[in-house]
Design a protein around this ligand. Structure first.
Ligand SMILES: NC(=O)c1ccc[n+]([C@@H]2O[C@H](COP(=O)([O-])OP(=O)(O)OC[C@H]3O[C@@H](n4cnc5c(N)ncnc54)[C@H](OP(=O)(O)O)[C@@H]3O)[C@@H](O)[C@H]2O)c1
Length: 278
């Protein structure tokens, strides 16, 4: 649903071939979501693409259509559970969803002047990243379980592994996404629905551009897309990259807290303010 309260979707006739592969991506107007949308585009593929920025979302959809895919777009905020649910059901009625990638997310943290992120930004982060993910997954579960088919991917972050002093709400939201995805898997896998938890470190995107600090082992957008798609193709339970950063954070986690804090404390950053963002 858009910020003025109405869900806005592109309108196309609701006829697709029976063997259509249907991929739904939230946060498809930018970064990883947009790159995945373009990468999945091919004849015989239907894409449900959601985001908030109309210009960027339309550009992504057009690029996908140029590659032969059918693309249905919706301007919606993942915080709006009813709007997301209505749209997902509409897409699923056109073509049963094979793959959902719940990718929409925002970052916040220490501000450029060094002040705390504040309650408004913290709430927006948890609402978008954690509840937004749950809003995007839940409506499809009964449909996929009913068909004994489908794959759900949620996008967490390596920030889920170890809290970072400059982005407490972001780390908490992603730890929540990780726990949600891992929990869900045990429940729905016996019903034929696969769940992949994507756990990326830094990759190039507008979000990471706003991260003012050291980006250890930064990957390109193409590298991130390749890793995600390979993992999803294999129906991997966890898609974690880069491995070196994951290992580092896991190691810090098993150290005594005072020592872990000291190591993590060497990696301080702030988040540049996104125009119109939290
Ligand atoms: N970049 C990294 O280094 C990194 C590392 C680990 C994890 N991640 C995660 O990867 C995912 C993609 O990040 P990215 O780097 O590609 O970020 P990005 O370029 O900023 O893209 C974020 C996407 O999420 C959408 N979005 C944000 N809030 C939304 C809301 N309330 N409702 C609907 N859509 C919303 C944005 O839509 P609009 O622009 O249209 O508002 C945009 O399409 C995020 O979940 C992020 O936390 C990123």
């Amino acid at each position: 649903m858009s910020s003025n309260g109405s869900t806005k979707s592109s309108q196309q006739p609701a006829i697709v071939r029976a063997d259509t592969f249907c991929v739904v991506i939230t946060g498809a107007s930018s970064g990883l979501g947009a790159a995945l949308a373009r990468a999945y585009s091919a004849p015989g593929v239907m894409l449900g693409l959601a985001g908030r920025n109309p210009t960027r979302l339309a550009q992504v959809a057009e690029a996908c259509r140029q590659k032969g895919a059918r693309a249905e777009t919706a301007l919606l905020d993942v915080a709006d559970a009813d709007g997301v649910s209505e749209w997902l059901r509409r897409i699923d009625a056109i073509a049963p969803v094979n793959l959902l990638i719940a990718n929409a997310g925002i970052s916040a943290g220490t501000r450029p002047d060094g002040s705390l992120e504040g309650i408004d930004a913290a709430r927006a982060v948890v609402l978008t990243n954690l509840l937004g993910t749950i809003h995007s997954v839940e409506p499809l579960l009964p449909l996929m379980i009913g068909r004994c088919a489908g794959q759900i991917a949620v996008v967490a972050s390596l920030a889920a592994y170890r809290g970072l002093p400059d982005s407490p709400a972001y780390c908490a939201s992603k730890a929540g996404v990780l726990a949600y995805g891992e929990s869900l898997r045990g429940k729905v896998e016996p019903h034929g629905v696969r769940v992949s938890v994507i756990v990326p470190g830094f990759f190039a995107s507008p979000m990471s551009d706003r991260y003012a600090g050291q980006k250890l082992f930064l990957l390109s957008e193409e590298q991130a897309v390749r890793r995600v798609m390979r993992g999803l193709r294999r129906k991997a339970r966890r898609i974690v990259f880069p491995r070196r950063l994951a290992l580092l954070l896991r190691t810090v986690n098993v150290l005594p807290a005072w020592l872990g804090d000291r190591i993590i404390g060497a990696f301080r950053f702030h988040i540049d303010i996104r125009p119109g963002g939290p």
